[in-house]
Design a protein. Structure first.
Length: 173
């Protein structure tokens, strides 16, 4: 809210100062309130602050309530929000990498169940639907972590010919 939202309310004749509050984010019924506080008056004073209120949630035994307030400048609030967004992005990337690694391990296990000692990069790409680079990155991370090791795998070529190729299997240790 801005002072203009109070136009023609006769408030300026009654109170020569104002406190306006708005939410920075929609309330999610979690006991957390992120607010903007705009303050000002007829003497020309004023400012804008980001207010965060933690009030907690009432438990079955009526505990859990608290009142913790922090006040920041808009710049500080923006920096904190950017840091939180960056952390959330990193967490999402880590989760995607873990899911990729799990898919590669499942592809390797499927090949072992078929009686093949390991899975080639090509078989991993086919089983997971990953691109070459995505599969290779997941394999590299798993190898660096010691979860898989390189092995030789016999694959069939054209006209039934056999050849050895580099494959990957779980580390037997």
């Amino acid at each position: 809210m801005e002072l203009q939202h109070l136009a023609y309310s006769l408030l300026e004749q009654y109170a020569r100062q104002f406190f306006l509050m708005n939410r920075r984010e929609p309330y999610r019924n979690d006991g957390r309130h992120d607010l903007w506080l705009r303050v000002g008056g007829s003497a020309g004073h004023g400012g804008l602050w980001a207010v965060h209120v933690e009030e907690g949630l009432v438990g079955e035994d009526f505990t859990g309530r608290r009142w913790e307030v922090s006040v920041r400048t808009p710049d500080e609030a923006g920096e904190a929000a950017a840091t939180e967004r960056d952390a959330a992005t990193r967490d999402k990337q880590r989760e995607k990498m873990r899911a990729d690694e799990e898919a590669v391990l499942e592809a390797i296990d499927a090949e072992v169940e078929r009686g093949i000692p390991g899975a080639t990069l090509n078989r991993i790409e086919l089983a997971t639907g990953f691109s070459y680079g995505r599969a290779k990155d997941a394999i590299r991370r798993l190898a660096e972590a010691g979860a898989i090791v390189e092995t030789e795998v016999t694959v069939r070529g054209g006209h039934g010919a056999s050849q050895t190729a580099k494959g990957y299997c779980r580390d037997p240790d």
